[in-house]
Structure formats: structure tokens, C-alpha cells
Design a protein around this ligand. Structure first.
Ligand SMILES: [Fe+2]
Length: 180
């Protein structure tokens, strides 16, 4: 099975599960994030990152209401570990950092917290809450920090139950072109 076939089969198998606390499925959520990335003129790597940013949720057996049970699934690390076998850092680093980007944005942008959904605020606490000054400095020094922040904003926006998106299959060529 090719990497893209494997990814698509996980989307199909697990993506229809509800994204806990949100009005969309995990697959809809990721397709919406990718659509926002395209709309914002992101490059192919970052569109792929948006499309796959919650891949970790598709490969874990942890219950979907983990945050409500007080468990941090570390889905960003899990997704990164699966995807780094195939994709370059420009795809996988923003994915690995998309939770850190939430902790960063909450710390540096007071208005950002207001945009977060209740479920996202709940997991924020489990993920460490707002970054400290030292963490902010370390985060800003990372090469993919600003890409991770862009991804984060598409992630937060991709929770619309009425949005129409392109089918997953339409991203096959883009993903194939990035597989190393
Ligand atoms: Fe997400």
C-alpha cells in the first residue's frame, strides 16, 4: 500500500468519528483546515500539513473524549511520528508544533483565547496552558514556528458544520508529490 493509500484508508476508517466537543467529524475538520490553507495561499507543504494535522487522532486507540477524562493524547507527536517516515519537515514540523502554537498564541495574543472553542480550551489546560516567557522565546526560535501558527488558525476555523469542502481524493496528487 502506498503512503497516500494508507493515509486515505485511515481517513475513511476513523475520520467519520465525531471530533469530540465539536460539531464536525475529524475528517471534515481536517478537510476544512486544508481548504482554509488553500484560501490563504499557503504552499503545498502547508496545505498538506493542514490536511493531516490531526492524523494522530486517526491512529490512536485512546477514547475520543480523552480531554474530558483528563488525558492528553499527545496527538501532535503521534501524527508526527507516523508522517515523518514519508513527508519533509515543512509538512511534519507544523503538525508537531500545532498544539504548542495554541499555547504560544494564547500567551502572546489576548484576543486569541476568545476564538477558541470550549473543547479547545479544555485541552489547553491538559497541554500545559499558556507558554511562559522562556517557552515563548524557545518557540519563536524554531524554524517552523510561524507556519505552525498559520496552521493553528486554520485548525481553529475548521469547525463549521455547514461548510462544503473538496473531497479527500482531490488531494492525492498534492500528497503524492510530497512523499519522499
Ligand atoms: Fe485540529
Amino acid at each position: 500500500m502506498s503512503p497516500v493509500d494508507e493515509i486515505f484508508s485511515r481517513f475513511t476508517a476513523a475520520g467519520d468519528e465525531r471530533y469530540i466537543g465539536e460539531p464536525v467529524t475529524v475528517a471534515q475538520h481536517m478537510l476544512q483546515a486544508a481548504a482554509f490553507a488553500e484560501h490563504d495561499g499557503a504552499g503545498d507543504e502547508l496545505i498538506a500539513a493542514a490536511l493531516l494535522h490531526d492524523y494522530g487522532h486517526l491512529v490512536t486507540d485512546l477514547p475520543e473524549d480523552s480531554a474530558e477524562r483528563g488525558i492528553d493524547t499527545r496527538h501532535e507527536e503521534l501524527g508526527f511520528a507516523f508522517l515523518e517516515r514519508w513527508f519533509p519537515a515543512a509538512v511534519t514540523e507544523p503538525i508537531r508544533l500545532h498544539v504548542a502554537a495554541k499555547r504560544y498564541l494564547v500567551a502572546v495574543d489576548p484576543a486569541y483565547r476568545e476564538e477558541l472553542s470550549p473543547a479547545s480550551l479544555l485541552s489547553l489546560d491538559l497541554q500545559g496552558g499558556p507558554m511562559s516567557d522562556e517557552e515563548i522565546e524557545d518557540f519563536e526560535a524554531l524554524p517552523h514556528a510561524s507556519a505552525a501558527c498559520r496552521l493553528r488558525r486554520w485548525d481553529d476555523a475548521g469547525k463549521d458544520p455547514d461548510m462544503t469542502v473538496r473531497p479527500l481524493e482531490s488531494y492525492r496528487g498534492l500528497l503524492d508529490s510530497l512523499v519522499g
